[in-house]
Design a protein around this ligand. Structure first.
Ligand code: SF4
Length: 69
C-alpha cells in the first residue's frame, strides 16, 4: 500500500489526474503558499477503493523509483 507521500509524488507525474467532482476544497488547494502543487492520487477521480482504476500507479512509481513496500 502506497503512503500519502508516494501518492502525491505519483499524482504530480500523472497526466491522467482528475480532481474529484464537487470537491471544492481540493480545487482550491491545488497550490500551497510555496507554489507547490498538492495533487495526490487520493484526490483523483480515478482512485477507487484505494487503487488507480487506470492501473497507472505501478507504471508511474517504477519510473520515479518510488518504493511500494
Ligand atoms: S489515481 Fe491513477 S490516474 Fe489518478 S493521479 Fe493516481 S495514478 Fe494518476
Amino acid at each position: 500500500m502506497e503512503n500519502k507521500d508516494q501518492l502525491r509524488q505519483i499524482a504530480l507525474r500523472c497526466s491522467q489526474f482528475r480532481n474529484q467532482e464537487g470537491n471544492i476544497n481540493t480545487l482550491r488547494s491545488e497550490s500551497n503558499v510555496l507554489g507547490e502543487t498538492t495533487k495526490s492520487c487520493e484526490l483523483c477521480n480515478h482512485f477507487v477503493n484505494h487503487r488507480c482504476e487506470l492501473n497507472l500507479i505501478d507504471e508511474i512509481s517504477s519510473n520515479i523509483d518510488v518504493k511500494l513496500d
